[in-house]
Design a protein around this ligand. Structure first.
Ligand SMILES: Nc1nc2c(c(=O)[nH]1)N[C@H]1C(S)=C(S)[C@@H](COP(=O)(O)OP(=O)(O)OC[C@H]3O[C@@H](n4cnc5c(=O)[nH]c(N)nc54)[C@H](O)[C@@H]3O)O[C@H]1N2
Ligand SMILES: Nc1nc2c(c(=O)[nH]1)N[C@H]1C(S)=C(S)[C@@H](COP(=O)(O)OP(=O)(O)OC[C@H]3O[C@@H](n4cnc5c(=O)[nH]c(N)nc54)[C@H](O)[C@@H]3O)O[C@H]1N2
Ligand code: SF4
Ligand SMILES: [Mo]
Length: 678
């Protein structure tokens, strides 16, 4: 195949690399070797040429004068951001020298890789990096910051990350966006819902915030944070009580429906209303709509699972479609995540056998602050790539105190001098996804996609795969797997029964390939019983109640507001928070609070307010109204402390671990609020 790099001008197919379920097909317009415009690829079967504003404006980020061009080493104090240019060979030699020494003196587990999905490409995010760190014997990272609690919860019910095909949701007659701000975070699911609405579907949003998605709904149900499992159990109570459950389906495809029916008797509408803040008549209305409308579809978001009880909450919501037999109907069922359909050969891609010590310690990424401040078996070196922990990780002040440790040798590989990179000893410039070869697997739709390099690498930047190849050589590692090409790695990863007949060549030829997806119940589910588990013996063995259950959030101190700090519309987590265009579109971070609460505190709309707890403090502008329930405070956007401001949202969030999957509990923290004096 002719390389796109040979052509200075033209329009080339591409894929969005950001951590977003939509994984859009893109067309990249190139002039004189530079990207001048990005549009959606109209031929993409799901995303159909529409893309978000963030990515339409991405050329400004790619050529932002602040983008890193060459490696640097620190010359000032940690966190001060003073660096000087060095060569790649000096950078790689410095790292290898330090790591050889650490391996000998403290053991390889003193080195901690810290990464996430800043680039969703499988080679970039979980390819050569994994091979390298396995061979090195570094500490393993539990990548649990995003959706792991909910994924584990969903798996107990449904056996894995398998929902319905989003393309089928145009047939749904009732669509519930449950704890997902889809207008910002899954825009093509909204487009499909709009099509369904044209055919008569009703759209319900269940959320703690009357945000853009809630405002687009036919019916918005505000709920108190962390109480969704109670609402789902209340709906089940009414479905059984009013004979709206599909008993034929329950008998054939589920385990434990009789136990469940008995169990949900305790979740009567009065009890549930007192827990959730949803009026009794609304619980009846929701249950009756859900019980009588078919096909119905629930899009389960990240909101309800970023809580102490998040795993059980998703486990509970995911029982609902079975009660009314939705899974057998086209457009009926749910999507929490669909990653299971595009499962590839991760053993061949990541080569876990290169890790000699099978008892290597594992650190939960949500506990980075604690890990860096730990004195027993300290982490002595940190290698950060594809993530910005100084902004996105909970207990932000602990994280920063840890990053500031003079004896910690930190390397950061990124496109920008992020807040994390400012604490680095060595900074490495990363190529953007448009400059690399990689393959992409959506966690929402069913298409596999490829990225071929469209533009030359920016400055001296390098891809993740290249960096780990260089490090392998400098460490004198001999294994062939550490030197393989991108196309070889793609061929190995695609060697999987679910992806029969797919390989690099075929993907390069077609750009998109749809995984072969059999209807969910046409074969056994991957639960122990092979059926939908309303009652789960596995959960019992793992120390949980076997039946879906509501448990309140942990006690986070005696402060008046539950604080929900989610992402915003124009950033992608902290990505774009340093790009002028996107910051201007987003204006400034605000704290949404109820008018009654504001009045009691003498706070007016637009006032600067101090938001604080025992973990930290922020200054945000008050947005006073009725977009949240009393006692709830919501902010959007992962801002960092820009000099002179106090806006590190994650200085307020807890690093408690959720009930399942080692998940994060970003939304289960409490705060106090007062008018700002500064
Ligand atoms: N524009 C944009 N898009 C993104 C991202 C971004 O930063 N910006 N991030 C990407 C990533 S990594 C992810 S994981 C996804 C996340 O996207 P979503 O799945 O939408 O998750 P969140 O935005 O975290 O939260 C969703 C909603 O849950 C609500 N919520 C919070 N707590 C509760 C609760 O207890 N119950 C209920 N019912 N609702 C609650 C919040 O108010 C919010 O509206 O989006 C991806 N897409
Ligand atoms: N308060 C609060 N905190 C949250 C959340 C929340 O809702 N509320 N959401 C959480 C969730 S769901 C998630 S997923 C995390 C996400 O948090 P992160 O994974 O940290 O996501 P980003 O902030 O987008 O940072 C990604 C970084 O990767 C870099 N990058 C992009 N491409 C490449 C590449 O090819 N190579 C290298 N080396 N670097 C690259 C980008 O420049 C960027 O700096 O945040 C979590 N933090
Ligand atoms: S961020 Fe999401 S919606 Fe925007 S272009 Fe990328 S995949 Fe599409
Ligand atoms: Mo995420």
């Amino acid at each position: 195949m002719q390389s796109y790099l040979d052509q200075q001008n033209g329009v080339f197919p591409s894929v969005c690399s950001l951590d977003c379920p939509d994984q859009c097909g893109l067309l990249v317009h190139k002039q004189d070797g530079k990207i001048v415009r990005i549009q959606g690829d109209p031929s993409h079967p799901v995303t159909k040429g529409n893309i978000c504003n963030k990515v339409r404006n991405i050329p400004a980020r790619l050529y932002d004068p602040k983008r890193l061009k060459y490696p640097m080493k620190r010359i000032g104090a940690k966190g001060e951001g003073q660096f000087e240019r060095i060569s790649w060979s000096e950078a790689i030699e410095t790292i290898a020298c330090k790591w050889k020494d650490l391996t000998e003196t403290c053991g390889p587990e003193s080195i901690l890789p810290y990464s996430f999905y800043g680039n969703m490409g499988n080679l970039s995010a979980e390819g050569m990096d994994r091979r390298f760190f396995h061979r090195l014997g570094a500490t393993l990272l539990d990548r649990s910051i995003c959706s792991s609690a909910g994924s584990v919860g969903y798996k107990y019910t449904m056996g894995g990350s398998f929902g319905i095909d989003p393309e089928d949701t145009i047939h749904s007659k009732l669509i519930i966006f449950w704890g997902i701000n889809a207008v910002s975070t899954n825009m093509h699911q909204v487009a499909l819902a709009m099509k369904a609405r044209k055919n008569g579907a009703k759209i319900i949003v269940i959320d703690v915030h009357k945000n853009q998605t809630s405002r687009m709904a036919d019916w918005f149900i505000p709920i108190l944070p962390g109480t969704d499992s109670a609402l789902a159990l209340g709906v089940m109570h009414i479905l059984f009580a009013e004979n709206m459950a599909d008993s034929a389906f329950l008998k054939e495809h589920t385990v434990g429906h009789e136990e469940l029916q008995e169990h949900v008797k305790q979740y009567d509408p009065d009890t549930v209303s007192a827990i959730t803040g949803v009026p009794v008549e609304d619980i009846f209305k929701l249950a009756r709509l859900y019980g009588k409308t078919s096909p119905s579809f629930i899009r389960i978001g990240n909101g309800p699972q970023h809580h102490d009880n998040g795993g059980m909450c998703i486990r509970t919501i995911s029982c609902l479609p079975a009660l009314t037999g939705q899974w057998l109907k086209k457009g009926g069922g749910a999507i929490k995540g669909n990653g299971g359909y595009l499962a590839h050969n991760s053993v061949k891609l990541q080569r876990p056998e290169l890790l000699e010590n099978k008892n290597t310690r594992i650190i939960n990424m949500n506990l980075l602050g604690q890990a860096l401040l730990e004195v027993d078996r300290p982490v002595r070196s940190l290698f950060v790539y594809g993530t910005n922990p100084a902004v996105v990780t909970p207990e932000g002040n602990k994280v920063r105190t840890g990053l500031a440790r003079e004896d910690l040798f930190t390397v950061v590989h990124d496109l920008f001098l992020t807040e994390t990179a400012q604490y680095a000893d060595i900074v490495l410039p990363a190529a953007s996804s448009f400059e690399n070869t990689d393959f992409y697997t959506s966690y929402w739709h069913h298409y596999l996609q490829i990225q071929q390099p469209v533009i030359e690498k920016y400055g001296e930047s390098k891809s993740n795969v290249e960096v780990f190849r260089l490090l392998a050589k400098a460490m004198d590692f001999k294994e062939e797997a550490l030197y393989e090409t991108e196309s070889e790695m793609i061929d190995q990863a695609l060697d999987h029964p679910r992806l029969e007949g797919m390989d690099y060549e075929k993907l390069a030829e077609h750009q998109y390939l749809k995984a072969e997806v059999r209807p969910l119940l046409s074969e056994k589910l991957s639960t122990p019983s092979g059926k939908i588990e309303l009652y789960s013996k596995q959960m019992e063995r793992d120390g949980y109640p076997a039946l879906p259950t509501y448990t309140p959030l942990e006690n986070d101190g005696d402060l008046p507001f539950l604080f929900v700090a989610g992402p915003n519309h124009n950033f992608l987590n902290s990505t774009f928070s340093n790009n002028e265009k996107h910051v201007t579109l987003e204006k400034e971070p605000r704290l949404h609070m109820h008018a009654k609460d504001a009045a009691a505190l003498g706070i007016m709309d637009g006032d600067w307010i101090r938001v604080w707890n025992h973990r930290g403090e922020c200054e945000l502008r008050a947005a006073v109204g009725e977009s949240v329930l009393p006692g709830v405070a919501v902010t959007q956007g992962l801002y960092a402390d820009i000099p002179g401001t106090k806006q590190l949202i994650n200085s307020l969030t807890p690093d408690r671990i959720a009930d399942m999957g080692g998940g994060a509990t970003f939304f289960s923290g409490r705060v106090n609020v007062e008018p700002s004096v500064s």
